[in-house]
Design a protein around this ligand. Structure first.
Ligand code: NI
Length: 269
């Protein structure tokens, strides 16, 4: 049976401090074949790259989450660029080519949830990182919360369509999901789809084009039912696949096979 691809996780998080090795080493036995570790802040990059080096099935995204942009200085984009082009942390092979462990720029985007958010700074860094993704020719992982219109406007105005992307942990209306899939963007679906009150996300999971769906955990956050509120890890992604299978009247095996194919295509593996 095809192994599951968890397209968005945070294994550098301190929630895995005690048992990271055990959790990661056990994933294959639990049916999880590949994981992309998403980056939220510059300070996380060394550990994210080290984890990608240590585990063959673990890949890395590099980028700065909107809620972490407040502390950035303009020249930090150069640091990110050096990392993304493989000029830091041994991502360059002897012949000068990059290894393929950095597979996306992310997570980047807009998050207006907290009232003290500096929106202009978030927008500036979203634009800078979309531009970087285009130059390094990697897709973007987009985090967007309470910022539906600005996110969509910027994805269009900054030409993010050229580089491709996923709206991770999708939380907006079905109409917005359609607008994204119409432009070839992927939709990341995780534990929230198993929640009883997630009516809109269930509708999206049921109706969106199957070839643009990615499975993700966002672990240690957003554990699916019946583990809601507990620490999440990639082995619980089975509950997400099962829920989607039920909504679409498909087998769980088909959901896994198709979403794993999608993830490989999206991350260009
Ligand atoms: Ni995340």
């Amino acid at each position: 049976m095809e192994l599951i691809f968890d397209t968005h996780a945070h294994y550098n998080d301190e929630a895995f401090q005690e048992d990271r090795k055990e959790v990661l080493s056990g994933l294959k036995a639990n049916g999880v074949g590949m994981v992309v570790n998403a980056c939220a802040a510059l300070r996380e990059i060394p550990e994210i790259l080290a984890l990608a080096e240590e585990y063959d099935f673990l890949y890395a995204a590099v980028g700065v989450h909107p809620s972490e942009t407040y502390e950035l200085a303009d020249e930090d984009i150069d640091v990110l660029e050096q990392v993304a082009f493989g000029e830091i942390a041994g991502d360059v092979q002897a012949d000068g080519t990059r290894t393929d462990k950095i597979v996306a720029i992310g997570e980047i985007g807009l998050d207006y949830h907290y009232p003290d958010t500096i929106r202009e700074k978030q927008k500036d860094w979203f634009a800078k990182q979309i531009d970087l993704a285009k130059r390094v020719k990697l897709p973007i992982i987009v985090h967007s919360r309470d910022a539906a219109k600005d996110t969509q406007d910027m994805i269009k105005s900054e030409g993010a369509r050229d580089t491709g992307g996923v709206i991770h942990c999708f939380s907006y209306e079905p109409e917005m999901a359609k607008a994204y899939t119409d432009m070839g963007f992927y939709i990341g679906i995780g534990g929230v789809v198993t929640f009883k009150n997630a009516r809109k996300l269930k509708e999206i999971a049921q109706q969106m084009p199957m070839e643009l769906m990615l499975l993700e955990t966002d672990c240690p956050y957003l554990a699916p039912e019946p583990f809601r509120g507990r620490r999440n890890d990639s082995s619980l992604i089975h509950y997400v696949a099962e829920t989607i299978a039920g909504l679409r009247g498909m087998s769980k095996e088909d959901v896994i096979r198709i979403t794993t194919e999608n993830a490989r295509r999206f991350y260009r593996m």
